[in-house]
Design a protein around this ligand. Structure first.
Ligand SMILES: Cc1cc2nc3c(=O)[nH]c(=O)nc-3n(C[C@H](O)[C@H](O)[C@H](O)COP(=O)(O)OP(=O)(O)OC[C@H]3O[C@@H](n4cnc5c(N)ncnc54)[C@H](O)[C@@H]3O)c2cc1C
Length: 384
């Protein structure tokens, strides 16, 4: 056996890198090992949309300028399933940075902060007194499992995968767009609802374009998944902006939605990011939650070594409890496309409602009763 690591992090996406970075930030002397089965830079199926809220997390991790060389995308345009439309400047601009670039930068930042980074696929985990033994030879005081939507660690600690009804699937690719395109476009579809397509301009004459829907909706259609995802994206392209080339580098992945989130760990093993099913059920955003939960997991592992899971659950509850309860309820309401039509309708008329919806969809926002009442009123009016 090797000597003991204070923290072993499995998976070096945003959740894992955030955990590793935070651990060394809190205790520059602690020994942190970051494992990933892939060599970086590596691609990851994603819309590459990095919300302003995620940049706030980067600042907390000591990386405020990580994306400064990327042009912000100031405008967001959303079309609801019934055709309500809003296009407005967001209160704080988002960024679109290919994951091949973003994740590699985070890993490099972790390495520069003294984290040991190794290419290694984790296969086994054993609890041994006050330690966890990873793959028979890596001994850790605590483990952060940030190994994504199909988390092997989650399975190993006996936490079941997200139920299908709380899982989405989406495909993304890249296409050419005018170099000055700076609008994030989302077009929702009533066909196989809830479903939407997007175009997120990177700022270099390309855009990340994609389409996603709930897993059970896709199964109901009864065609091969690839045919549905690629076909529907191709049909949506004309609505997504000035797409000037065929879509290339198509890649799909599951999104475990927070409406089906599990207990976030067991004993000294803490689940973060997609491994904890922390993806917004309304928008599919998960990078902000990955950074946030990775940070909180490290704070629990380093700050409360006797009972890290208890501290982690408390941290998650404080940071996201009300927000997650809000999105649970909204995801139920959004089963009716008319609810989303009403919300977009109201957002198109009132800037403060647009800003609040962005906060709920991309950050940790909640819905004040006034806003809930305004949307409900519009919903009923539309029904009448
Ligand atoms: C098509 C699509 C579009 C999306 N668009 C957006 C968007 O625009 N904005 C947004 O915020 N979110 C988006 N999301 C969600 C976002 O991609 C995820 O929420 C985010 O990547 C979660 O980060 P993570 O660190 O938890 O996991 P990941 O980024 O998946 O990282 C997990 C890491 O674990 C490694 N790993 C896996 N198994 C093992 C193992 N056994 N041993 C060692 N390493 C392992 C993998 O190699 C990987 O590097 C999208 C998702 C999809 C599928």
């Amino acid at each position: 056996m090797e000597d003991v690591w204070d923290l072993v992090v499995v998976g070096a996406g945003p959740a894992g890198s955030a955990a590793a970075l935070r651990a060394r930030q809190l205790d520059p002397g602690c020994r942190v090992l970051l494992l990933d089965r892939a060599a970086f830079p590596r691609d990851k199926a994603c819309g590459d949309g990095i919300a302003a809220h995620a940049r706030q997390e980067l600042a907390l991790l000591g990386l405020p300028g990580l994306l400064d060389d990327h042009r912000p995308t100031p405008r967001l345009s959303v079309t609801s399933p019934g055709g309500a439309h809003v296009s407005a400047v967001v209160a704080r601009p988002n960024h679109v940075v290919p994951r091949r670039v973003f994740d590699a930068r985070l890993v490099e930042a972790a390495r520069a902060r003294g984290v040991e980074v190794r290419r290694h696929r984790v296969r086994t985990l054993t609890a041994l007194g006050e330690h966890v033994v990873v793959d028979g030879h890596l001994v850790a005081r605590a483990v952060v499992a940030a190994d994504g939507a199909n988390s092997a660690v989650r399975r190993l600690i006996g936490v079941p995968p997200s139920p299908d009804r709380h899982t989405a699937i989406a495909v993304r690719g890249y296409a050419d767009v005018p170099p000055d395109d700076d609008v994030q476009v989302i077009v929702m579809r009533s066909e196989a609802w809830p479903a939407y397509g997007w175009s997120f301009p990177v700022g270099d004459g390309t855009a990340n374009v994609g389409y996603g829907l709930l897993l059970p909706r896709m199964r109901e259609i009864g065609l091969p998944g690839r045919e549905i995802l690629h076909g529907r994206l191709a049909r949506l392209l004309p609505l997504l902006g000035e797409i000037g080339s065929p879509v290339r580098d198509l890649r799909a992945h599951h999104l475990p939605l927070s409406s089906g989130r599990p207990v976030p760990g067991a004993g000294r093993v803490l689940l973060a990011g997609d491994a904890a099913s922390l993806v917004n059920p309304l928008t599919g955003e998960g990078i902000y939650y990955a950074l946030l939960s990775g940070r909180l997991a490290a704070e629990a592992a380093i700050g409360s070594p006797d009972d890290p899971l208890r501290a982690y659950r408390r941290g998650l509850r404080r940071a996201l409890g009300r927000h997650l309860r809000t999105t649970d309820v909204l995801a139920l309401a959004a089963r009716s496309p008319g609810f989303i039509d009403a919300a977009i309708d109201v957002a198109a008329r009132r800037t403060e409602v647009f800003d609040l919806l962005v906060d709920v969809g991309l950050g940790a926002g909640t819905v004040p009763p006034r806003l809930a009442a305004a949307v409900a009123l519009r919903w009923f009016k539309n029904l009448a």
